[in-house]
Design a protein around this ligand. Sequence first.
Ligand code: BEZ
Length: 218
Amino acid sequence: MSLRINDIAPDFTAETTHGPVSFHDWIGDGWAVLFSHPKNFTPVCTTELGAMGGLQPEFEKRGVKIIGISVDPVESHEKWKNDIRTATGFNVDYPLIGDKDLKVAKLYDMLPAGAGESSEGRTPADNATVRSVFVIGPDKKIKLVLTYPMTTGRNFEEILRAIDSIQLTSKHQVATPANWKQGEDVIITAAVSNEDAIARFGYYDTVLPYLRKTKQPG
Ligand code: BEZ
């Protein structure tokens, strides 16, 4: 069965471009993004890994470590980094897992539905990880899951936006509306009474009886 929000992110050990990693220990007390790409030396993936290189400082600001994964070996990841720098101008300074035996890919259900259930019945294309993203909290629980098809590069700014919301709403009894960005008004959750809302937030606006908005708490 596939992993769901609030499941504990499966722990694993793996070879990476930064040496062996024990996943939960590597996450430590912070947040993590585990993201897979289908194959090294392919065009969309090259742009994606470069984009993540450029955004790494933004993830770090939020206390989030990033780690990539594909079924390519670590040596291939190392060779590919030059192309990513040439194409995008960004270095890949974050670790990349070399999941040659598909151990992590299977654990996180990152393989596409394929020709058969056993590895014998699957073609090399079936054994390429899809474009998955897992956001994991300090409690090691999965906070967000995304899966994109091979032909569609991800918008990693959206992952940052979602992390801003997840981190905010884990601290305060608020939710964030559609297309919300850091600093914009938030929604007071239904569990908070009107009286409590005044005590907590000082002010709120009743758009509908079940939609109350207030300033983003600090
Ligand atoms: C790409 O990144 O462009 C790609 C990866 C796997 C299959 C097809 C395209």
